[in-house]
Design a protein around this ligand. Structure first.
Ligand SMILES: Nc1ncnc2c1ncn2[C@@H]1O[C@H](COP(=O)(O)OP(=O)(O)OP(=O)(O)O)[C@@H](O)[C@H]1O
Ligand SMILES: [Mg+2]
Length: 383
């Protein structure tokens, strides 16, 4: 591929030759372009992607100035994501001629491979997407569509349990969970951010014990208020906080999901028991495969009817795994809609769809676990 891209350097217009485009995918969570500089002839790789996909692959030999830049960028990323912005990191790498030639030759072999092409391409991307120099980061507003909080609220009022499965960074996703009314201010938020299988196991068990303890206290409080006749009014008002069940929201990140979904580990059952005690579940930095495995696990183990809503290519297998798959037609392409049973133009149309197509869900509404994608995929599709 030899595309010329005009580039204004400040000294005049010049053109970069595009040598390769390494496309985005939700597993690498980044994309790259390799260009030839028109004046120096240097081959430069520019990469943009999720913070974890870039920061974990920075060059280790860095001077103090670069260390400071990395530190400051991380601080900026944290503040952007806490504000609910969608963050991206940019990095570059100058390639020596021998290194580039060697990579380009092997990459061509991967591109032309007749077997195992996808794996060979992934290996090729990983061979070159490393030893980055950080360039900077951006925070972009990814606004919710109109009516998302209201729709979620009415689904929850109908007894539907809503889980969000997203590829987004945890801090961004948590912020959005509050703005779309998945999490409410009174909720107790349980976070699963384990870095080993044992840690995941212990944290899940701890939360389970804690919630069982809270349930026992609540039951005792209820028994106390019933059996204690006259003292009832005073007792229940004093004990209001402990006797009214506190809603829980569960947050789990992609690395912890690896342990939970590992078939050899025995964590799935306890995770699902814990998830079943929560009013809302938020899975962050989830890959497309993890999204579909979560739907499959809920479907098989919790014995619920599942409905998945998504708008991107990374939602396709989840949409296909769910009992009912719904695609939102939007900017992210047609893959989600093509894989779905029903297409909608806006998330808020979901409520109407559930009412209109009551034959498959309305009477079973309270048994549905709903998965959805919440972003503002601005649509040209008319309802
Ligand atoms: N075109 C792109 N180029 C570079 N990086 C991207 C691109 N699209 C997404 N990313 C990065 O990869 C991450 C994962 O993307 P992915 O599309 O799997 O999930 P998402 O869009 O964040 O969330 P959702 O699952 O809700 O769609 C994003 O959070 C972002 O950091
Ligand atoms: Mg996406």
């Amino acid at each position: 591929m030899h595309t010329r891209q005009p580039h204004h350097t400040g000294y005049g217009l010049c053109e970069f030759e595009v040598l390769h485009v390494l496309p985005f995918d939700s597993n690498r969570k980044r994309m790259s372009i390799i260009v030839r500089h028109p004046e120096t002839q240097e081959k430069i790789l520019y990469c943009k992607g999720a913070d974890s996909a870039i920061l974990d692959n920075l060059s280790r030999s860095v001077d103090d100035k670069t260390k400071l830049l990395i530190f400051r960028t991380q601080q900026q990323l944290n503040s952007y994501s806490k504000r609910g912005l969608r963050v991206l990191c940019m990095a570059k790498r100058v390639l020596s001629d021998p290194e580039y030639e060697d990579w380009a030759m092997k990459h061509k072999e991967a591109e032309n491979a007749l077997s195992d092409r996808e794996r060979k391409l992934q290996e090729s991307y990983h061979r070159i997407e490393k030893n980055f120099t950080l360039v900077g980061a951006t925070g972009i507003e990814d606004r919710l569509q109109d009516g998302v909080p209201e729709t979620i609220q009415s689904l929850r009022n109908a007894g539907i349990v809503v889980w969000v499965l997203t590829g987004d960074k945890q801090e961004t996703a948590v912020n959005i969970a509050y703005s779309c009314a998945l999490f409410t201010p009174g909720m107790e938020i349980l976070k699963l951010n384990a870095r080993t299988k044992d840690q995941a196991d212990r944290t899940i068990k701890f939360f389970l014990q804690q919630s069982e303890h809270q349930e026992t206290v609540q039951q005792q409080a209820q028994v106390g208020s019933v059996s204690n006749g006259r003292a009832h009014v005073e007792f229940s008002s004093r004990q209001e906080n402990s006797s009214s069940p506190k809603e829980r929201g569960l947050v789990v990140d992609g690395r912890t999901l690896v342990f939970i979904l590992d078939r050899r580990a025995d964590l799935k059952k306890s995770f699902l028991t814990l998830a079943g005690k929560c009013s809302a579940v938020l899975c962050c930095r989830a890959t497309p495969l993890q999204k579909s495995l979560i739907v499959r696990s809920a479907k098989d183990s919790l014995k619920v009817l599942t409905l998945a809503v998504g708008d991107g290519a990374n939602d396709v297998s989840m949409i296909q795994t769910a009992d009912v798959g719904i695609g939102i037609s939007g900017l992210e392409g047609r893959q989600a809609v093509m894989a779905s049973d029903y297409a909608i133009a806006r998330f808020r149309h979901l409520e109407k769809l559930l009412l209109v197509h009551g034959h498959w869900c309305y009477d079973r509404l309270s048994r549905i676990i709903l998965y959805f994608f919440y972003k503002n995929a601005v649509s040209n599709f008319l309802p």
